[in-house]
Design a protein around this ligand. Sequence first.
Ligand code: NAD
Length: 289
Amino acid sequence: MKVGFIGLGTMGRPMAGHIIDGGHQLVVFDKVAPPSELAAKGATSCSSSREVAENADVVIVMVPNTPDVEAVLFAENGVAEGLSAGKIVIDMSSISPIATKEFAAKIVALGCDYLDAPVSGGEIGAKAGSLSIMVGGSPGSFDRIKPLLDLMGKNITLVGGVGDGQTAKVANQIIVALTIEAVGEALLFASKAGADPARVREALMGGFASSRILEVHGERMIKRTFDPGFRIDLHQKDLNLALEGARQLKMALPNTASCQQLFSVCAAQGGSTWDHSAMVRALELMANA
Ligand code: NAD
């Protein structure tokens, strides 16, 4: 397959590497990041998203936010200008489910297929090719692109129609934020009470309070290693999507809103680019710890 990849950042670069390692022809574009080791492996570097779409059957997008995806697809020299009927666009960024439906309608009007396929698993999962991938789209186009997704992920689920992959990802980010908050509160409580938080974490692992977040983020909190990982500004973007969706659905997400405020405390301390486990710093400020 001729595959195009747009967005070669923390996640996109290793994901694109798996596509080329899987034996596919690869064309790439990033508005800032150089193709470097991908070019060394044989990927062709393009000078625009349009050029990627002209030279690929399947175009994968992995950029930060909804306006970035909109720019990649529909700005001047964007993907839409380079598409012809029968091509497939897969957006693997984490963006608005509502905007996703609008983008998909415009791409489908060009005679192409559109799937949203955001991921969970972080940089480690991207490098290992073990991401969880949550897909929205038609079963037919899902079957066509599944071999490509298999190169990048392990737990690959067709959640439903277009936008449902993004909805699943927002749900994922709610759980992750609230669990980071719970682990932060618990370890801070233990520490203020005079117990060693490292020993407390160890004692809880394997019990009912155990989780990947207690394991990975709990360790980061204890060792004070807040280099991303997953940046606070990206998680704030995801919680905004949750809160914006909740407003439209006329429902409350009280603890999601509270986690968003805690991330804002970190951002006010200059921590927008810290790992999201640094939410514990906001709790520490409130506890005078
Ligand atoms: P990143 O900021 O490291 O990389 C994004 C890349 O997109 C950058 O190299 C940037 O130059 C490029 N880009 C932005 N706009 C562009 C445009 N118009 N044209 C071409 N290139 C453009 O971000 P990331 O960490 O790789 O995250 C990408 C997406 O994956 C985000 O939606 C994020 O929420 C999601 N995600 C990230 C992680 C993680 O751990 N980093 C985990 C799961 C999901």
